[in-house]
Design a protein around this ligand. Structure first.
Ligand SMILES: [Zn+2]
Length: 120
């Protein structure tokens, strides 16, 4: 991949990560505010549910952030844009839509197919 293109992905990934970190921080702040607001047990119960929901989102965000970090590492060591499975270049179009992708569309499709079969 061209250096200029890599730089663009680097920028895109960093901006995405920043956004996620910002969102995650906002979620945590919101949780603290809620805690102060609700005192009676009924509200607390529904608050717990909300909190579990928020924690799940944060977990997803956390996982995404670690994927972004890995993609940034791959940019650093020159393996970005190469499929983990077959070693072929991942389609630029695919990377633009999903810069954290580590598989080319062909391997990804196979993987999904396998996952689907294993679930049965
Ligand atoms: Zn592949």
């Amino acid at each position: 991949m061209k250096k200029k293109q890599l730089e663009q992905f680097d920028k895109q990934l960093r901006a995405w990560k920043e956004e996620l970190v910002h969102e995650a921080t906002k979620t945590v702040d919101g949780m603290h505010e809620e805690k102060a607001q609700f005192a009676d047990p009924t509200d607390r119960a529904s608050m717990e549910t909300d909190r579990n929901f928020l924690l799940r989102i944060r977990d997803r965000e956390r996982r995404l952030i670690s994927k972004i970090d890995k993609a940034l590492e791959r940019i650093g060591d020159g393996s970005f844009g190469v499929c983990d499975e077959c070693g072929e270049d991942i389609e630029t179009k695919r990377l633009k839509a999903r810069p954290v992708a580590t598989l080319c569309i062909h391997c990804k499709t196979l993987q999904e197919e396998e996952e689907r079969l294993n679930k049965k």
